[in-house]
Design a protein around this ligand. Structure first.
Ligand code: ZN
Ligand code: ZN
Length: 272
């Protein structure tokens, strides 16, 4: 077992370990994360992609505390059917998922028409409200409509606004609604000054860090053209610690405590 003494205890609040980029070394990526001090990873499966949920369910079975979530992403919103909602009901009733997500709105890529994105979000928020589950929200150029959707469904179980790239007003409004704001490797990018300003202003007890692996590798891995993986969450945490004037250990402790408040987990995990 790798000695993780002295390593910051971090949570990667968002990693797509189901993606083909992790086909060959999925379990090794998890082991490297644990060796780097990561103590939990939240993995959102997409119900429209065959193999996505099974890959994450098997990781979660092999490596607690890897946690599974499931939903239909904004990009695939046009594919959402009542069967997906029934599948979510089955997963929730078996305790197989900790959250509904990722779900949301992406007006940058527009892979699904915006009205269908809003409808898919609305239906999945309604399901999560009924099931009493938190949601993992994706928002790209869509902050106002995300807030309107959460309010429209009178959604009360909060969750995570992941890979945050929106403005301060959106961050503040979501925090007021009980949400956590999760920062990805984008926070380390040279041009992300606006994002760093938001990260400096938010309450410490609302902050999370994530990789969004295999995408968005943080500096210095980004420059090297590397695939992102959960072990690299430490670089985003290091940047966030600097922004907040905290030590990496204190920032890790705060974000891990925040995550555990939303998704309690057994903290003896890690190592392998
Ligand atoms: Zn996303
Ligand atoms: Zn994602």
């Amino acid at each position: 077992m790798e000695d993780t003494t002295g390593k910051p205890r971090l949570v990667d609040s968002h990693a797509h370990l189901d993606m083909p980029e992790f086909g060959a070394d999925r379990a090794d990526a998890v082991r490297r994360a644990f060796a780097a001090g990561v103590v939990a990873i939240l993995c959102p499966a997409d119900l429209t992609r065959p193999g996505s949920l099974p890959a994450i369910a098997s990781l979660a079975a092999d490596f607690p505390p890897i946690m599974a979530a499931a939903g239909v992403h904004a990009h695939q919103a046009k594919e959402l059917t009542p069967d997906h909602i029934r599948e979510l009901q089955g997963l929730a009733s078996r305790g197989a998922i900790r959250a509904v997500g990722e779900i949301g709105l992406d007006y940058h890529y527009d892979f699904s028409p915006p009205d269908l994105q809003r409808e898919a979000l609305r239906r999945q928020l309604a399901f999560a409200e009924e099931a009493g589950l938190p949601v993992i929200l994706h928002s790209r150029l869509a902050g106002a409509d995300i807030i309107a959707s959460v309010d429209g469904e009178r959604f009360r179980h909060a969750g995570i606004l992941h890979c945050f790239t929106e403005d301060w007003e959106t961050a503040r409004a979501m925090v007021e609604r009980g949400f956590f704001v999760s920062f990805s490797g984008i926070l380390t990018f040279p041009k992300a000054d606006k994002l760093r300003e938001v990260a400096a202003r938010l309450p410490l007890d609302r902050l999370l860090v994530e990789t969004d692996s295999p995408y968005l590798a943080p500096v210095p891995y980004r420059g090297a053209g590397r695939r992102n993986e959960p072990a690299f969450v430490v670089e985003t945490a290091r940047m966030l610690a600097g922004i907040r004037g905290l030590s990496l250990d204190d920032l890790a402790e705060a974000t891990t405590r925040n995550f555990a408040g939303l998704f309690p987990f057994e903290k003896t995990g890690g190592g392998c």
